[in-house]
Design a protein around this ligand. Structure first.
Ligand code: SF4
Length: 150
């Protein structure tokens, strides 16, 4: 007699964002680096435009923050993403795992937690790799406005 053993469900399918451990929460970040791009807000409409200019702390090769643990010491305006503000930050990219789960959606097939390959977001071409410059090399942000991320 063969028993059909069911695979356990991954944590993001059975836990809400508030139920996740700090380690689980951190592992949701796919490392796209898109939220670390400078943004411009239209004074009249309030509309947010992304630029292809990355925060000086972002490593353009790995698309990860080079000073992640100390980032708030270096960057006053770096937002600490949490379960309370994720639904309010409408400019977060539509591919962001935190946004997807907060909207009741699943992780995409290319997400590193799904593929078990830490480079799969880069390999899928959804990161800022080869598409961004670092802030210290960009003078006029308006010249770098892009129509991605969505
Ligand atoms: S947009 Fe989301 S998934 Fe991408 S780097 Fe930022 S927090 Fe991580």
């Amino acid at each position: 007699m063969s028993l059909n053993k069911k695979e356990p469900q991954p944590f993001w399918k059975i836990k809400s964002l508030v139920e996740m451990s700090a380690k689980e929460w951190e592992s949701l970040c796919d490392g796209c680096g898109k939220c670390c791009l400078e943004k411009l807000e239209d004074e009249l409409s309030g509309e947010i435009s992304y630029t292809a200019v990355a925060c000086n702390l972002l490593d353009l090769e790995t698309c990860r923050c080079a000073r992640y643990e100390q980032r708030h010491q270096y960057m006053d305006d770096c937002i600490q993403l949490d379960t309370k503000n994720i639904s309010e930050l409408k400019w977060m990219p539509s591919t962001c795992a935190y946004r997807l789960l907060a909207e009741g959606k699943d992780l995409p097939a290319w997400h590193p937690l799904v593929t078990k390959n830490k480079n799969s977001a880069i390999e899928a071409g959804i990161t800022i790799k080869d598409r961004a410059v670092t802030a210290k090399d960009a003078k006029d942000l308006e010249k770098y406005i892009v129509d991605w991320p969505e």
